[in-house]
Design a protein around this ligand. Sequence first.
Ligand code: DX5
Ligand code: ZN
Length: 234
Amino acid sequence: MATAQIYPSLLAADFGRIADAARVVEGRADWLHVDVMDYHFVPNLAFAPDTVTALRAVTDIPLDCHLMIEDPDRWAPGFAERGASNVTIHAEAVDDIPGTTAAIRAAGARTGLAVKPATPVEKYLDDLHRFDLLLLMTIEPGFGGQKFMDSVLPKIKAARRLLDEHGLDLWLQIDGGVNAETIERAAAAGVDVFVAGTAVYGAEDPAAAVESLRAQALRASDRLTPPARSAHGG
Ligand code: DX5
Ligand code: ZN
């Protein structure tokens, strides 16, 4: 069993009102997803270490930093030091997995491994025990608002099997194109952590969108359970 978790992606929020975007999902979103891009690993530029510091000052929601940058070995621990609760690095960019994951954990954060749609997970099997989360991209990273790649569904199922078979207790996260139309098949395939940008911040009521996505995920999966706090109504 696993908890169904929804992480709104601030990339889809109004950049002039980031603090409001964090607050509006408080008590609903499990974590906030913070995309970091460097114009090199992906052709776009987004949030900085200072953004993490600033967010930490305005909300208690844990921050999930998704580093779409080159040389994460050098930069990732800094995000943990700024107060990120999870720092995810891309398999295609990392050089020293044991060293970098150890440095992130030493700075007090959990750590995730992200793979682009075409990058196989099996290649990293021997290193998965060093991570707390596995992120399977369901779009090519770089921009929000793209279409969910159904071609990743078999990879999600295979990753779920791989984790279960090897007794690896990682959260299985997807990012890209998650919305009311796609979340159920991803949940049925074995995902437990759903990043959603447009589907949350493009909605009139972002907090309600989080709850409705979670309800759909719960309906579609027999291994997902509601977060403990739901039992107390908030
Ligand atoms: C894109 C980012 C995503 C993005 C997803 O590379 O990693 O987190 O915000 O946006 P949606 O949910 O709109 O596909
Ligand atoms: Zn992301």
